[in-house]
Ligand binder design. Structure first.
Ligand code: SF4
Length: 414
């Protein structure tokens, strides 16, 4: 979501006549787009701001703007902590930054700004905010309640992106299957996918992040049926223990979660499924963690994003629950999940050696192309190619994190 926000911000600043600099030291306006979903991310943002303060002291006229989830509704505290910041803009509300950059007064400027793709892939928010209030999560406090964008508005944006070179769009929402419930005719994500499917030049549609209780059979069927929609799911589990899930206020049980995974795999046996897990949440016992570990070992995900719990000020967990799992236990659980994940992902990827995968060519680094399979796996390969080509790649080597292959067929970009 932050990448999508930054792309829109960059497109707006471009329209206002600004140019991107290679080095932060050369910039007249520096926008820091922050994430505070974990304490670690927040600390990085704060350290970055401290470095910029020194830069600003050395060079006259530099302006600093702060946006993203660090900017909540109450600015007084932020103004005290960062007096050298010139503008504070809540996520997706860029008027303050536009003011610094010379946007016309009176608002409305950002409504007419469409992001420009920097390559063959682009992110497109379809629903902003979240209504869920999981007890550990800061997002609803910072990004507000759910607001879906009308299908025709999203379609216009996707048409522009495809005309500008995007071959793949990822439809974004904190809980992307909540899409549409707040719109007059209540379309859903399946309707959105069908509407985008015939956009000229577009080859692939992805979507992030799924919420287990919202992922309906209708949406799973649409993913299975529509050739351009990639069979790739990001489906956070968070915990494999029902009591912990209830304390997290996740709104599903482990059994219900398993049923969703089974539905996906029944409809699409080759689907890629990644998940997110929090270890060391308030009150999590060894036995409860062991249940999470067992579910991960049993369901065998393509990727597990694991984080140790850190309280986020203002959330339900931070206000009402004790952060009582010792740091060493959190670290040991984190490591156990990482080791399991390396083994499982290594086995899943090894089974792909010898198969042929469709890969969208994304970028060249250190003399090699890279791109992703439909199921979301990173592949490195050589060949006479261009970003945006679709290639059929025979997989020759595998590690837990990526695949290596050689191109056997190329479908050129439009
Ligand atoms: Fe946060 Fe839960 Fe909403 Fe995800 S679904 S953004 S974890 S409140």
């Amino acid at each position: 979501m932050n990448i999508a926000d930054s792309a829109k911000l960059a497109a707006g600043l471009d329209l206002l006549g600004h140019e991107q600099t290679e080095r932060v030291e050369d910039a007249d306006l520096i926008v820091v787009n922050t994430c505070v979903v974990r304490e670690h991310a927040e600390n990085r943002a704060v350290n970055k701001l401290a470095a910029l303060r020194r830069l600003k002291a050395r060079r006259n006229g530099v302006k600093i703007a702060l946006t993203g989830c660090l900017v909540g509704p109450h600015l007084d505290d932020l103004r005290k902590r960062f007096p050298y910041v010139d503008a504070f803009a809540p996520p997706q509300a860029f008027d303050e930054i536009g003011g610094l950059a010379g946007a016309p007064c009176g608002g409305g400027f950002w409504d007419g700004v469409f992001p420009v793709p920097g390559g063959p892939t682009a992110y497109v928010p379809v629903i902003h905010g979240c209504n869920r209030f999981c007890s550990y999560c800061i997002v609803p406090y910072r990004r507000g309640r759910e607001r879906s964008r009308p299908i025709d508005e999203v379609r216009r944006e996707v048409e522009r992106l495809a005309a500008g070179g995007a071959r793949e769009v990822t439809l974004l929402g904190q809980s992307v299957e909540a899409y549409g419930h707040d719109l007059p005719d209540r379309p859903d994500l399946a309707d959105m996918m069908r509407s985008l499917h015939d956009v000229d030049g577009l080859e692939r549609i992805r979507f992030l992040t799924s919420y287990p209780a919202d992922l309906t059979e209708r949406i799973i069927e649409a993913v299975a049926e529509l050739p351009k929609v990639c069979e790739c799911f990001s489906l956070p589990l968070q915990s494999g223990d029902d009591e912990v899930l209830a304390r997290m206020r996740r709104g599903y049980t482990v059994e219900q979660y398993r049923a969703v995974v089974e539905s996906i795999r029944r409809a699409m046996p080759d689907a890629g499924i990644s998940t997110d897990v929090i270890v060391g949440f308030c009150g999590e016992s060894d036995e409860q963690f062991r249940r999470t570990y067992d579910v991960l070992a049993d369901l065998r995900f393509d990727k597990v994003h694991v984080a140790a719990y850190s309280p986020r000020p203002g959330t339900i967990a931070a206000r009402k629950m004790a952060d009582d799992v010792p740091p060493e236990a959190k670290q040991a659980r984190l490591q156990a999940v990482e080791e399991l994940e390396a083994r499982v992902a290594g086995e899943i990827n090894a089974a792909l050696v010898g198969t042929v995968q469709e890969v969208l060519v994304e970028e060249r680094r250190r003399g090699r192309w890279s791109g992703r399979t439909r199921s979301g796996k990173l592949v490195h390969f050589d060949g006479e190619l261009r970003p945006g080509d679709l290639a059929r790649v025979r997989i020759e080597k595998a590690s837990p994190w990526s695949l290596i292959g050689s191109v056997i067929e190329r479908k050129a970009t439009a």
